[in-house]
Write a protein that binds this ligand. Structure first.
Ligand code: SAM
Length: 261
């Protein structure tokens, strides 16, 4: 099915408060004038480019309904590769201490909490508005093993050491042409763009994570599909070992992990 077809169904379902099955089951229903008006209004917003997830306020991630607004990045399916990688590394450590940096909507931390109910997860963001969204998602989904903390990367963490630190940090360079295309135009710039050609956040996290990792602990970073080599070099320069890169479902290099030996 074409994208516009899928999107128009999602938006109609949103206006009518019906899921896909409900739309099909009641396919012959007549819409009221108010419903038609609401649908037209939302279609006009979509025509202006506003992302579907911001219009409906929801995006599925790891089969969880994640609430979003325009203060947070819309969780991407590619990021499920990072979740899969973290779960594989934490297999056998159900009560691990995990830190997620730059949590946004909380999607990664919530996905991990759903799979590792005995893990203790800390998740930080410097955006107060993003953390309000993340905490709202936590309340709605009821995962109590995450603490959300506000602060600049590692600032405001205590002296705790983690088995694993993960992040999907901003990694686009300021002149990246993708910033002018599609949904990205409407997402918070701070969630997308990093100085230093897109590497500033990765560099900062790679350098400082060493202080917060237990010996043998893992760092797992999502990055742009052309950044694997740069991220691997940075991790190697910082002294990490066992460096591996995983591909997303499209076959693009997407997640690099390394170990503090
Ligand atoms: C690419 S988004 C990832 C959001 C979410 N983890 C996801 O994968 O959908 C990067 C996140 O890093 C946060 N961020 C940017 N600079 C930061 C900083 N200096 N300290 C903490 N968080 C930061 C942004 O607010 C944003 O939520």
């Amino acid at each position: 099915m074409e994208n516009w077809h899928i999107e128009s169904r999602i938006l109609l379902g949103y206006v009518l408060d019906q899921d896909a099955a409900g739309l099909i089951a009641h396919g012959d229903r007549k819409l009221s004038a108010t419903q038609i008006d609401s649908y037209k209004k939302i279609a006009v917003k979509r025509q202006k480019g506003i992302p579907v997830a911001y219009l409906t306020g929801i995006r599925e991630f790891w089969s969880l309904p994640i609430r979003v607004n325009d203060r947070v990045l819309i969780p991407r399916h590619e990021t499920e590769t990072l979740v899969e990688h973290v779960l594989a590394l934490m297999d056998g450590s159900p009560d691990a201490r995990i830190l997620e940096l730059g949590t946004g909507s909380g999607a990664i931390a919530l996905a991990l909490a759903s799979e590792l109910p005995h893990a203790r997860i800390s998740a930080t963001d410097n955006s107060v508005q993003a953390l309000a969204v993340a905490r709202g998602n936590q309340r709605a989904l009821g995962f109590n093993n995450i603490e959300f903390l506000q602060g600049d990367w590692f600032k405001n963490l205590g002296g705790e050491k983690y088995h694993l630190i993960c992040s999907n940090p901003p990694y686009l360079s300021a002149d990246d042409k993708h910033l002018q295309i599609g949904d990205v135009r409407f997402e918070p710039r701070d969630a997308l763009v990093a100085d230093g050609g897109g590497y500033a956040a990765v560099n900062h996290i790679a350098r400082h994570a060493k202080t917060y990792l237990r010996s043998g602990g893992w760092i797992v970073l999502e990055h742009g599909f052309q950044q694997a080599q740069g991220v691997r070099k940075r991790l190697s320069d910082e002294g990490y070992g066992d460096i591996t890169t995983a591909q997303d479902l499209s076959g693009n290099d997407r997640v690099t992990a390394a170990r503090l030996n």
